[in-house]
Design a protein. Sequence first.
Length: 572
Amino acid sequence: MTKWDKSKLPSRHTTVGPERAPHRSYYYAMGLTKEEIEQPFVGVATCWNEAAPCNIALSRQAQSAKKGVKAAGATPREFTTITVTDGIAMGHQSMKSSLASRDLIADSVELTMRGHCYDALVGLGGCDKTLPGLMMAMVRLNVPSVFMYGGSIMPGKFRGKDVTVLDVFEAVGQHAAGNMSDEDLLELEQHACPGAGACGGQFTANTMACISEVIGLALPGSAGAPAPDQNRDYWAEKSGEAVVELIRRNLRPRDIVTRDALFNAAAIVGATGGSTNAGLHLPAIAHEAGIKFDLHDVAEIMRATPHIADLKPGGKYVALDVFNVGGVPVIIKALLDGGYLRGDAMTVTGKTLAENHREVIIPKDQDVVRPTSDPVSPIGGVVSLKGTLAPEGAIVKIAGMKTLRFEGTALCFDCEEDAFKAVEMRAYKPGDVIIIRYEGPKGGPGMREMLSTTSAIYGQGMGDKVALITDGRFSGATRGFCIGHVGPEAAVGGPIALIENGDRIIIDADKGTIDLMVEEAVLAKRRAAWKPRKTDYSSGALWKYAQLVGPALNGAVTHPGAAEESHVYADQ
């Protein structure tokens, strides 16, 4: 067993020298031996809870990660942090807590690591915000770190067909339209989600899981196995072993999360028709490394990458199908072969991305992952927009869309509940551009997702007949002409706050434009009459979030980031 020199490790502050005898007494109280106290301490952080199936298997996987840490000669210290699970928070006021939870996850992991002087981190995440939250903490702390995804859910079965939770959201619209009975809705909701794991389509969790491998923070192949699969325990153990090797090499997240790695992360989102939420989370991860990488940087790369993985919600397949043809490494290999990734980027294996994937074989006789020479679409599945309606920009998922241009007239709502009620009552018509505003990071506060509203529209068969624009955001499960992240947001007086019913709007995702066709003189009058709105959140966590949060353009971050650091935790 290695005799460790802790003179440069954070845990020396709690475990080395006679003056730390009181501190060590706490570790003896928890059953540690002298030898274990003299080893590096590895935080094993999970987002385990009983809120939703996404995270329910993480406690089991943490035990395997700890086993790997121990086998490699270090001492694991398990802790948990919060989650807010979007599928349950969706469609009501609770969704305001979702994006704020990402930053609280990062903050709580930082404080736990700082407060106990842990030397390295293994982070296991399940649902949407847990993946970026843990990765942000890793880059912020800059201690040797390995991320691992808890795995996706198995597909549900309804009338012989594979289904996901998106089918249930859309069934609500079908039910409201009289096209689905109470009995059928009940049967679908009881069978759509058959066990542990995050949503199975290329929604936010699986998008960020793909990112975890290609950005280099997760072991190659670790993201693929579904949550119930015993393979997850193997990868958890290997992740625990790998982080100890990173301590030996002193290879840290900021050696890995470089501009090239962020380029690769954006590329895989485009290639998989991934979630628009990547346009928030990648700038936030970059911010922790002191790298300027905004929504437009992400979207430019996504657009330039061919869409090669035919995944729901725009396509045919789910995460299990990707796993069955070889997992995320097959997507990465196809992009490397096509010249769409920067293969020299370093990873947690101590090897480059290209070295990790040199021997990967792309199976023939399958169309889940195509070669870049024969893509689903020559441009990526997510693009950004900019124009008079959104001078800072906006984002839209175009994967699976038949037309990339929409012209219509505004139908305005100042919160999601009012919009959902109008949709439920069918108080809208073909050609409407439904505006949902005051739902941005500050204005919500919390930048809610609009999956309930968009799914109801699809369930009513109106998905290709209307567009929806918001300064909030959309679930990775959203499909159709749904534009989110509009900036500046309504709460700070952005143009979206000045739109009136009947205003003409033109969206062109091919050209990357989104324009409000109202004369500047008219807008100037409206601007002069506009007054900021108060939210219902005048105290508590969401009030605090609203004071700190920045624009969606830069990832809706809540602190100055690495560019303003005077010291890094790992070097304390």
